[in-house]
Design a protein around this ligand. Structure first.
Ligand SMILES: Cc1cc2nc3c(=O)[nH]c(=O)nc-3n(C[C@H](O)[C@H](O)[C@H](O)COP(=O)(O)OP(=O)(O)OC[C@H]3O[C@@H](n4cnc5c(N)ncnc54)[C@H](O)[C@@H]3O)c2cc1C
Length: 528
């Protein structure tokens, strides 16, 4: 199979395309607002149906919640405990589809639940056997009961005191921001026009019906108008702002903050994840090996302000460290934190909700069509982005906003997944050339392919990000094309000036170096 070269993403061409459709008063079938998991999934599904699609993202793709997940492709063991069988079954199906369509981005991962009380092995084991049964043919491996010594060899750093045994089960993990960029690029391959740094500032109406969006280029300040038969509001925790412009003033999102901290791999050696089903306050806690480090998290704290860079509360960090210390032989300290990041869950709020207990709110998604035809989608999780997209397009078709057409994403391989080797490197290994899947040879053809800034990030990779992956700012490269900011904030700040030079050479645009260096300080603990 001869691979086509990747599509170029020069900013001036993307904005020119938007300008031309503006001057010709062209009408798109679909305009999607928001370039996270949800919006990108909708854009790709619609483009695969042959629809004319445009997507605008106010910041970079996955700048919002979609780069700040726990990186699990999962059915949601905890929703099983809540009895939400349909949600789990759907997510398990989606888990398999993603692993098949993007094996360089999403892979199976073994999780071990250590048992310290006599009843835990049987209790969790039976639940996880049900999880296997629900997965059926899409299962990734059988749940197994572990003895004390088997648990210790699966998790060499687990706290041995009081350990009785454990349970091992299978789920998946992925690189969330990489998946977002792959979705954007695959949608572009299918004919969609996607622009980051293009904010939808105002809804446009014709005879009381939503007929498009007015946008502002966040890099130049230039204004554009996009006309479309259907507008989808996929702005995550920010959906209520656009809904308000449409006269819908009832808030449907109750944001909940989740904090993750990153520590060195030696705190959890090996390739298996640790899962604690019930922490001191009833939450789930994970320790997950990822890209050469270990992620610990998360929390679930209600939050009203909707910053794109929320800060962790000190007590959240202490909570994670304290809980980790209960299960790890060597407890990570505050000084071991390499990076800390915070994401806002777009939890769907029941109409009469007055409480602040977001742990109990629905992780399912909601699709609403307003009287003027604005389609809003929010909630759900990364794992189910494709199922959410299908639902959105079905609702659009049922409402007469789009034609009824069959989606084609079930077997649509994402960019980089063509001819991916059968056994790609595990996601627990540091990022490197292998992370590009079938696109490795294009990276290797660029200048600087043998000049590494830091392990796993070459100059050629920065050029690749600028030429083919919509990267403009240093942050786009160091936070989301490479994940260095999320893995080691100090190191990211150290390499930022060189990344800025290369980006400027490639794009001729301001790479926003200073704001990145300032941002990197927020990913340290305590923030500087
Ligand atoms: C802590 C945490 C852990 C999680 N872990 C997992 C996990 O392990 N597995 C899993 O499956 N799911 C997980 N999730 C859930 C998952 O990450 C989210 O459901 C998903 O990322 C939401 O995507 P989204 O596109 O709806 O929102 P976002 O990613 O926030 O995207 C919305 C986008 O809209 C843009 N936007 C806003 N206003 C405008 C405008 N006016 N014009 C243009 N663009 C605009 C924003 O910049 C943003 O990029 C987790 C979530 C959190 C918070």
């Amino acid at each position: 199979m001869n691979l086509l070269p990747p599509l170029l993403t020069p900013r001036h061409q993307l904005t020119l395309a938007l300008h031309e459709s503006h001057t010709k008063a062209e009408v798109y079938d679909l305009a999607v607002v928001g370039g996270g998991a949800t919006g990108l999934g909708v854009a790709l599904d619609a483009a695969s149906r042959g629809l004319r699609v445009v997507l605008v993202e106010a910041d970079d793709f996955a700048k919002g919640t979609s780069s700040r997940s726990t990186k699990l492709v999962h059915g949601g063991v905890r929703y099983l405990a809540q009895g939400n069988i349909a949600l789990v079954r759907e997510a398990l199906h989606e888990r398999m589809t993603l692993l098949r369509n993007a094996p360089h981005i999403a892979q199976p991962l073994a999780f071990v639940v250590p048992a310290y009380r006599w009843w835990e092995t049987a209790f969790y084991g039976i639940g996880l056997k049900m999880y296997d049964a629900l997965a059926g043919a899409t299962g990734l491996g059988a749940t197994t009961f572990l003895t004390r010594s088997e648990t210790q060899s699966a998790l060499p750093s687990v706290q041995p005191q009081g350990l009785r045994g454990g349970v091992q089960y299978w789920d998946g993990q992925f690189n969330d921001a990489q998946l977002a960029v792959a979705l954007a690029r695959t949608a572009a391959r299918e004919g969609a026009l996607l622009l980051n740094y293009m904010k939808a500032s105002r809804l446009l109406f014709t005879q009381g019906k939503v007929s498009g969006v007015a946008c502002n280029d966040m890099l130049t300040g230039k204004a554009y108008a996009i006309h479309a038969c259907c507008v989808v509001n996929a702005t995550g925790v920010w959906v209520d702002a656009l809904r308000a412009q449409d006269g819908q003033h009832q808030h449907i999102v109750a944001p909940s903050q989740g904090v993750h901290i990153v520590v060195e791999a030696h705190f959890l050696p090996g390739s298996k994840a640790l899962m604690i089903p019930k922490t001191g306050d009833g939450r789930v806690l994970f320790a997950v090996p990822w890209l050469g480090k270990v992620i610990l998290g998360t929390t679930d704290t209600p939050r009203d302000d909707l910053s794109t860079e929320p800060l962790a509360f000190e007590e959240e960090v202490d909570f994670i460290l304290r809980e980790a210390a209960r299960y790890l032989r060597v407890a990570p300290q505050r000084s071991d934190v390499k990076s800390i990041w915070v994401g806002l869950r777009p939890l769907v709020k029941p109409p009469d909700d007055e409480g602040d207990n977001t742990k109990g709110l629905s992780r399912e998604h909601t699709v609403l069509v307003s009287p003027s035809g604005l389609v809003t989608v929010t909630g759900g999780k990364w794992t189910t982005y494709r199922a959410m997209a299908k639902d959105v397009l079905q609702k659009c078709a049922d409402s007469g906003l789009l034609p009824q057409r069959q989606g084609l994403t079930d077997h649509l391989t994402l960019v980089g997944a063509e001819m991916t080797p059968i056994a790609p490197q595990p996601l627990s290994a540091p990022q490197g050339l292998h992370s590009y899947g079938s696109e490795q040879k294009w990276v290797q053809q660029l200048p600087g392919h043998d000049v590494f800034l830091t392990g796993g990030l070459s100059e050629a990779m920065v050029r690749f990000a600028a030429r083919y992956e919509y990267a403009v700012h240093v942050e786009d490269v160091l936070a989301r094309r490479s994940r260095l900011l999320f893995l080691d904030a100090r190191l990211a700040a150290q390499w930022a000036p060189r990344v800025a030079q290369i980006l400027q050479e490639e794009t001729g645009l301001d790479p926003a170096l200073d704001s990145f260096v300032q941002l990197a300080g927020q990913y340290l603990f305590p923030p500087t």
